[in-house]
Design a protein around this ligand. Structure first.
Ligand code: SF4
Length: 328
């Protein structure tokens, strides 16, 4: 491939990725469901370390680019720059230069056309894109996502119509950051910078974070479990009744069946506990666990180990402590 073609292809590819990434759940959050997605796998915020690793990887990667190659991100990868360059090409033809009214009309038309699309993609990094689309077409003013979308449409309209490269010069934090980070050795094709000094340290950090992130995603259980106390020590007939809510949140994009095992329940107790629960994709399912403690079991602590195993073999263990005391 010719070098001359590499740059526009990279620019357009990364520009399209900006839109595709949230739509395909390659990386996005869902602040409504308190979930996030990395490479199409969903995680609850209980596994926030995966989100932290993803963000750290992105930060160190972009810092690394500046250190290794200087200000190349702007020219090769930045979606804002790609968009601004191509819009300038469209509106900067000789024919349009000689017709300022037509040029202004085209500027407004392109701003009105693209501001809602870019704003949609930005909000989709934090909100389910399908729900967002439904909220936009039904004009749900009371939704925060719709409010954020409306503000961003306005912002991107101004960006496309007025600011463009002025934003780079005066407001882009990454642009300023690049100037601080790059030095005399940071230049296009500066692959050697990756293997010496601070560049090597950054490379080691980026590779380590990639490894850690990959391992965390691979070893993630794909579900989370919580146990909440409900009724505690209510006398009924010959027993004291204790109930707990067992909630399982399924992060997978498919229905999952969980087998539940209990260890440490005395044989004399009357128990009603779920042994198997099926949970639909991205849903939390709750069931009640009831332990009826016989009166010979009073005044001692019982540790019950609850093991929840998903149908693909991941397991989570939770411990329950019940200390039955005689009612006064
Ligand atoms: S300065 Fe900022 S907005 Fe401008 S091209 Fe560089 S990264 Fe993109």
């Amino acid at each position: 491939m010719k070098v001359g073609a590499t740059r526009p292809l990279t620019q357009v590819g990364i520009f399209l990725l900006f839109f595709i990434v949230p739509l395909l759940d390659l990386f996005r959050m869902d602040l409504n469901q308190l979930q996030f997605y990395v490479f199409r796998k969903s995680f609850s915020f209980n596994e926030a370390y995966i989100l932290l690793l993803s963000v750290l990887l992105l930060v160190f990667f972009f810092v690394g680019i500046s250190k290794w190659f200087g200000r190349q991100f702007c020219g090769w990868m930045c979606p804002h720059n790609t968009f601004s360059v191509y819009i300038a090409k469209i509106t900067g033809t000789d024919k349009l230069k000689s017709s300022p009214t037509l040029r202004q009309f085209l500027n407004i038309f392109l701003s009105v056309l693209f501001a809602p699309i870019i704003a949609f993609s930005m909000v989709a990094y934090f909100f389910n894109p399908i729900t967002l689309f439904q909220e936009i077409i039904s004009l749900q003013w009371n939704s925060w996502a719709f409010g954020a979308y409306a503000l961003l449409v306005l912002f991107f309209f101004v960006m496309i119509f007025k600011l463009r490269s002025n934003f780079c010069r005066n407001a882009c934090p990454y642009g300023m950051f690049q100037m601080i980070l790059s030095d005399k050795d940071s230049r296009p094709g500066g692959f050697k910078n990756m293997f010496r000094g601070a560049g090597l340290v950054l490379l080691i950090i980026v590779v380590s974070l990639m490894g850690l992130l990959g391992f965390s995603i691979y070893s993630s259980s794909g579900f989370s479990v919580s146990i909440d106390k409900k009724i505690q020590g209510i006398p009924t007939e010959e027993y004291l009744t204790y109930t707990y809510g067992l909630s399982i949140h399924n992060n997978y994009n498919r229905k999952v069946t969980y087998a539940i095992d209990y260890q440490g329940i005395p044989a004399d107790w009357d128990v009603k506990v779920p042994k198997q629960i099926s949970v639909s994709s991205s849903v939390t399912h709750s069931e009640t666990m009831m332990f009826r403690v016989d009166k010979h079991s009073l005044n001692q602590n019982y540790s019950i180990l609850v093991t929840i195993r998903s149908d693909d073999g991941h397991l989570i263990e939770k411990q329950l402590n019940i200390y039955p005391v005689a009612p006064k």
